[in-house]
Design a protein around this ligand. Structure first.
Ligand code: SF4
Length: 285
């Protein structure tokens, strides 16, 4: 069985990602985001484990896959957990992809990605970093295991200055936590010169993530009745609130002259660029 798999978000009917591959170098994620949906399908999702023999498997898969596509690192974990500093598995995988000529789109909340600027500069690559809020006290509980948002912002700046295309994800937008244009403006005021695209997505709770987030932020219980739309295994905000929130986000992002995209919102016609940032890889589709 392959370890590099075609990306398939559970046949999510609102996913508008182009055809791509996905790989999680590690199982589990140390960032422990309260809103994380992987806890609904990955056992011990907040414990990072290595995948035995991963580099040999990646080498074998790279011989067989369609290299006109690109690889997304990662969609169900972070490719740069603290273990990566010693283990270097993601770094080794990047080297293998570079040799194969396979473009790579990195999604992370870790600042460790800047260690690999030397490799990323010499291949088709783009890096997407999530900053949900600049409020450090909220971020320290919302994403308790991740570097501070200010450090993540610094990593985006460093990547941009090294010539690597960057995507800012303000994701998820959570009603009652980070749903005000003033907060997005604070992030964009600092980062707009250093990013090529901004991607947003609304919070889509599942029973376990709802329990975690409302245990830490009990005031969110008052928003419970706003989540009425069930799509697949996720519950969406009711359409009026959700579309209004995304309209405000789009207007704010456009006011900084940046391309806007939304992820799995059924609004692909609003996207200025493909929703995952892959346009920045400059692949001939
Ligand atoms: S970074 Fe992503 S995979 Fe990791 S805990 Fe947060 S939401 Fe889950």
């Amino acid at each position: 069985m392959r370890i590099i798999k075609p990306f398939d978000p559970w046949q999510g009917k609102w996913c508008s990602c182009p055809a791509k591959y996905t790989l999680n170098p590690y199982t589990g994620c140390a960032h422990r985001c309260l809103y994380c949906y992987t806890t609904s399908f990955i056992p011990r999702a907040f414990e990072v484990r290595e995948k035995p023999g991963i580099l040999k498997k990646v080498e074998k898969d790279l011989e067989e896959i369609d290299s006109s596509r690109y690889l997304s690192l990662s969609n169900s974990s972070d490719p740069y957990p603290p273990e990566e500093e010693k283990r270097g598995l993601t770094r080794a995988i990047l080297n293998l992809c570079r040799e194969k000529g396979l473009p790579v789109l990195i999604l992370t909340k870790s600042t460790l990605v800047t260690r690999d600027i030397d490799i990323l500069k010499t291949m088709k690559a783009a890096v997407s970093i999530t900053v949900t809020t600049f409020n450090s006290s909220i971020a320290s509980v919302l994403e308790g295991g991740a570097p501070s948002p200010q450090k993540r912002a610094q990593a985006l700046i460093e990547l941009h200055e090294a010539g690597i295309p960057t995507i800012l994800r303000i994701d998820p937008l959570i009603a009652g936590i980070n749903d005000k244009p003033e907060e997005w403006k604070e992030i964009l005021s600092l980062l707009s010169p250093y990013v090529n695209q901004v991607v947003v997505s609304t919070f889509k709770p599942r029973p376990d993530s709802w329990k975690r987030i409302t245990t830490t932020f009990p005031s969110l219980q008052k928003t419970k009745d706003w989540y009425t739309k069930k799509i697949g295994n996720s519950i969406y905000l009711e359409d009026n609130r959700r579309v209004k929130l995304l309209e405000e986000a789009r207007a704010t992002i456009h006011s900084f002259s940046l391309p806007f995209s939304s992820c799995r919102e059924g609004l692909a016609n609003w996207n200025d660029l493909p929703c995952d940032g892959s346009d920045l890889l400059e692949i001939n589709r």
